[in-house]
Write a new protein. Structure first.
Length: 263
């Protein structure tokens, strides 16, 4: 594990790489990378970490030179796919399965998330796929020497891509990580959580409700303030939090537990 990789969108930062090309990343590493990324690119999107607000994930992805397209995958279990080279993907068009060619740098999101899903689920899926772009291009690179991944009947080309199913996106918190692919998906999930709910921004948000609690910059709220709220007050805070950051209740709970606002 003596090799390092340069992060594509933070070229001044290198991280250790294992022999199987997976990155060695801790929670603190990912938190730091997200904070640095938002600070270095935030002004382009009128984004300020000191102001609680939704992360403009669509603008960020577009600003990084990536393209988002929506399609109904032939495999309905797939929520998102990230192509690191041109490839053919099987999708459903007017009830028929067809192969459609997509260019490298395309993030494909299930069409059901475009129209029939809460915005929090869509945003987390977008952020998860961007996490693969942020960290895993080398792993899924078409010239990589890794073994070929099995994408079933939904994917048909000679290169690799991340194919993320319902059982993956947002579900890698608190579960055993038994393989390199488990770690890769955990990294994308944790990246998405940090990107959509940056810890410095969350601290500012919480100070409004808990001005006497030590949630200042650089400190952790070790008192689990949400656990001491009346149920109606807690619900009010959660409702405003989810609306502010445009995330699901599940994503909000996981993030606030990680940041020690909720036990």
């Amino acid at each position: 594990m003596n090799k390092t990789a340069q992060l594509k969108f933070l070229p001044n930062i290198c991280v250790p790489v294992k022999k199987d090309r997976t990155l060695v990343l801790s929670c603190d590493d990912i938190e730091f990378h997200v904070q640095e990324f938002l600070k270095s690119h935030g002004l382009d999107y009128d984004y300020d970490l000191a102001i609680p607000q939704a992360t403009p994930i669509d603008e960020i992805i577009e600003g990084m030179g990536l393209t988002v397209q929506f399609a109904y995958f032939a495999d309905p279990q797939i929520l998102g796919m990230n192509l690191f080279g041109q490839g053919r993907v099987k999708v459903r068009i007017q009830g028929q399965v067809k192969e459609v060619v997509y260019d490298a740098g395309t993030i494909i999101i299930s069409g059901e998330l475009e129209n029939n899903s809460p915005v929090g689920r869509l945003n987390f899926t977008l952020a998860h796929e961007f996490g693969h772009s942020f960290y895993h291009e080398e792993y899924f690179n078409p010239h990589s020497e890794n073994y070929e991944l099995d994408f079933g009947e939904s994917f048909s080309c000679d290169l690799k891509a991340s194919s993320c199913k319902r059982s993956i996106v947002g579900e890698y918190f608190g579960r055993p990580l038994n393989s390199e692919l488990d770690w890769i998906e955990w990294q994308a999930d944790y990246f998405a959580s940090c990107l959509l709910m940056p810890k410095d921004s969350v601290r500012v948000f919480m100070q409004k409700f808990f001005p006497d609690t030590k949630v200042l910059f650089g400190q952790v709220a070790r008192e689990f303030p949400l656990n001491h709220c009346a149920e109606m007050q807690k619900q009010k805070i959660f409702d405003e939090f989810e609306k502010t950051y445009r995330v699901s209740h599940q994503a909000a709970v996981i993030r606030l537990r990680k940041l020690s606002y909720l036990k």
